[in-house]
Ligand binder design. Sequence first.
Ligand SMILES: Cc1cc2nc3c(=O)[nH]c(=O)nc-3n(C[C@H](O)[C@H](O)[C@H](O)COP(=O)(O)OP(=O)(O)OC[C@H]3O[C@@H](n4cnc5c(N)ncnc54)[C@H](O)[C@@H]3O)c2cc1C
Length: 326
Amino acid sequence: MRHLNIAIIGAGVAGLAVASRLASMDAVIFEKSRGPGGRLASKRIGPVRADIGAQFFTVRDGRFQSVVDAGLSFGAIKPWNPRMGYLTTQGIDSSPDTQLRFVGTPYMNAFGRFLADGLQIETEVRIANIQKRNNGYQLTTTKHEEFTANKVIVTTPVNQMSDLLTGFETKAISDRFLMDPTWTLVMKTESQLQDRGGTPLDACFGGDDPVIDFISMERSKPGRENNFVVIQSNPDWAAKHIGQTAESVADVLCDAVRQRTGIIGEPLLAHRWSFARPKDPSVVSQKGIFQVDDGLWIAGDYLFGGRVEGAYLSGLEVAERLLKSL
Ligand SMILES: Cc1cc2nc3c(=O)[nH]c(=O)nc-3n(C[C@H](O)[C@H](O)[C@H](O)COP(=O)(O)OP(=O)(O)OC[C@H]3O[C@@H](n4cnc5c(N)ncnc54)[C@H](O)[C@@H]3O)c2cc1C
């Protein structure tokens, strides 16, 4: 059985932040999918990709600013200055929003790959269970491989965290930190998003719309050469339609976009996010982390406001706590 010093579950932004800080300490990430990035996801459609998870990120904290600056210098990130609007019952209104936003380039997952550079990541390995053993922990994969580790950090979304840690007390966390689903639709279109007066727009918040939460014209982001529009559904709407097929959801969302924006397009894919974002981003844990056991911590966006920056800061904080505990 292979023994590790530090095992990290999940190669999303939180897990990558932990591993970067602890890189010199034999820290290994286990990731169930084929690559790093988690919800900073870009899906291949023919020869190009579309961002199907986070559409952009913002920076408030200096610690996140440092890594964003490094990503900007490397070319893995670029600023995105969309002309923003918001949906109203009468149509789309332009918004004076001048928030500084960033995107991965050429796609969002480039930021994940940048953070992952040089780290030890075992991809396509899904951890099924974590148990306490002697002075450490035993991890079992879904293929019945076993590892032991001195310290473990779980950075999966909250529901997946409780599934992994059935032998530990995590109910207080899973009762408090709830996550909402989202359906994401990618459509191909020649149309341009515009406000009621005909002014072109690059993205649009759903406001109080019961179906649509966010629309973004992919070609407005630096480096994208496609005519995709990405639509994120309203979380309550997604919860009601979570069991439907991708095809039927795509039809309904296409219709909703046409009615509200006039954009007519061909649906290319609909992706179901069962755990997209925290239900209430104002619910946070102290410093965005939680210690479950002596050598077992949890981190992730849901503990710290639910955005890319929150995920990064949560991961960084857990690494600092672990270092202090040694
Ligand atoms: C549709 C959508 C739109 C969003 N829009 C924005 C936005 O505009 N701006 C913004 O800042 N944020 C946005 N977010 C949120 C942002 O994507 C997340 O806050 C951030 O990416 C979360 O990072 P994380 O590391 O905490 O979790 P994740 O990215 O979920 O990483 C967890 C990782 O754990 C892996 N994993 C899970 N279970 C196991 C297991 N058993 N074994 C091994 N690996 C496992 C997963 O595959 C995943 O890679 C959006 C999210 C979604 C879904």
